[in-house]
Design a protein around this ligand. Sequence first.
Ligand code: COS
Length: 380
Amino acid sequence: MDFKLTEEHLMIRDAARDFAKSELLPGVIERDEKQEFPKEQIKKMGELGFLGMMVSPEYGGGGMDTVSYVLAMEEISKIDASASVVMSVNNSLVCWGLEKFGNEEQKQKYLTKLATGEALGAFCLSEPEAGSDATSQKTTAIEKDDHYVLNGTKNWITNGGTADYYLVIAQTHPEKKHKGINAFIVEKGWKGFEIGPKEQKLGIRGSDTHSLNFNDVKVPKENRIGEDGFGFKFAMKTLSGGRIGIAAQALGIAAGAYELAREYSKVRKAFGTEIMNHQAIAFKLADMHTSIEAARHLVMKAACDKDNGENYDLSGAMAKLFASQTAMDVTVEAVQVHGGNGYVKEYHVERLMRDAKITQIYEGTSEIQKIVISRSILRD
Ligand code: COS
């Protein structure tokens, strides 16, 4: 096994690191406090190519591999997990799904804009009664003449209010259960498409999360992705890659909190010496570093599997499960290393601790990852 990164990988990682420090760090505490979407910063991320990293240059993307993508995700997430979830959804759920399964017209019309950041995307699978139980879709898309009529509600949609294009999963043939589900591209502003109020969240507060209502929205037939009934497979395949992005986000949150704790331990004094000289603190840092390295290996393995054309359902699920637990453990310890200062906003670690929790919930809870993992290892 060769874990060496190429010159190009290192350049991408450094570019993401520099961007995060110079453009995302200023104002990150205030955006979190006010639940303010990083609009200008996301625009710049689009201009720099961070929103369509893996899309082929033919459609305006960066043509990069998944390893590059997770390296950039880690660096952005160290500083601002609200910005990185926007990046993750646009790259892995929206752009990847469209490039892999959309037709040429759909790619020309939508992907070219999404890959450059000219437009932003959202992925709409979850519903009030279909979160983990994703096959129980209540949103319907009924065929009528040259279009489908979409009705229903989607919940907890990232980029819900800010997106331009929405990939919406809906049931067309309820009698066929998950085999009757379709995926559609829906544009903001279409008649009957209403954006619900913004959710008040524990973490990733700068990201824009809404419920969406569809009331007799007319969706042209040409906006269905893939064959009739392909929607559930579309969602599952797309989410498998999305989980690698969220694993990288969790890794970045953990690494960001660890780096802050390590540096703090070198300057904060207690009992006459820097706290790093107390074994109670040094051992915490040793544990944090070790689990972050283990998470990084799992994230890289999943990214390499995807780049090498291997199946990544299992490695992606393991990466997400482990990295998200690492994010929780490490951020809690980073707050502890900071003591009282860890509990106040200006030291950043309390925000990272709040941001970490969602990585165990979205794009498949940790329990769902265990279903995917156990089914995979017991099938072979
Ligand atoms: N790739 C391709 N197809 C997949 C797949 C994958 N990774 N995972 C499942 N499928 C297919 C199965 O092959 C099956 O198709 P067939 O009946 O044609 O064989 C179909 O999907 C249904 O799968 P299954 O029978 O395993 O469905 P379950 O209801 O048991 O649920 C889980 C499967 C739990 C894995 C799925 O519902 C899931 O991932 N839930 C979480 C959803 C989620 O991540 N929500 C967050 C929303 S985004 S924030």
